[in-house]
Ligand binder design. Sequence first.
Ligand SMILES: C[S@@+](CC[C@H](N)C(=O)[O-])C[C@H]1O[C@@H](n2cnc3c(N)ncnc32)[C@H](O)[C@@H]1O
Length: 295
Amino acid sequence: MSSERTVHVPVMVHEVLEQLQLQPGLTIMDGTVGAGGHSQKILQQMDSTSRLIGLDRDAAMLARSAQVVQGEQVILRESSYARLEPILDELGIEYIDRVLLDLGLSSDQLADTSRGFGFETAGPLDMRFDVSQGMPAAELFRTANEETLEKIFRDYGEEPEARRLAQEIVTCRRRGQPIGTAADLKQLVERLIPVDRHRSHPATRIFQALRIAVNGELDELETFLHKILPSRLRPGGRVLVITFHSLEDRLVKQAFRETTLWENLTRKPIVATPSEVRWNPRSRSAKLRVAVRKA
Ligand SMILES: C[S@@+](CC[C@H](N)C(=O)[O-])C[C@H]1O[C@@H](n2cnc3c(N)ncnc32)[C@H](O)[C@@H]1O
């Protein structure tokens, strides 16, 4: 995948650079480096005494970023941002000064037909960011009970038809026709939930729910906000988080409300300008929150 052209367009680049407030001698971490869109711009603006650590859980994405985010000041690692501490320890770094998380899925992952992230692709339902760990979505469908599946669709997709979907997945499995591909799941969703062409396709929230569950995305974010940042972000350091749905945004908002730890700089999140939304439609649902760690 890494040899193909990147289709991902980073969101709110201008706002991110403004909020990072770069200055000499910083250790900057891009915890979701992806195709390197934001990191490339950071690299262009940071001075020669700063360094940039880029992490991604997906080896294919890290390979992409390595093509454009390069140099002596760059350290790239395949890792979840929630497992930052051993990396800092290995590098002999106590504190980082700036953090950027741009959560969720890259357009390059969505376009990769072999991963099952997108409901417009026919590929096997995998959906893991790190394909060396955990359980692919298709296996979850083969093994999880009805209650677990219902909870995933309800809690992570806020889907009113969560129970019927879960029942149907289990019924298909019992009939010897398990839901194993993105196309199977899309068809199932369309059979059970009416498609309203004025609203987003119902498979959007079902695929999102499944991806969140497969990757434990909310747990990773909570660990990072409550365990990693308070000990490894330097007092006075800044954290920027871009979210794309309300479940993530709520976690970030709540974490930054901890006034003993954070000076919250965005009571209202920063959103993309109308002009960016026109040329980069993915930015429509993006919310950027920023906080400074108190001394
Ligand atoms: C929206 S994309 C980031 C795009 C990037 N900012 C750019 O400009 O190209 C999100 C990336 O985060 C990665 N990711 C998701 N969860 C992660 C985690 N817990 N740790 C590290 N990377 C993660 C995904 O693999 C994906 O590449």
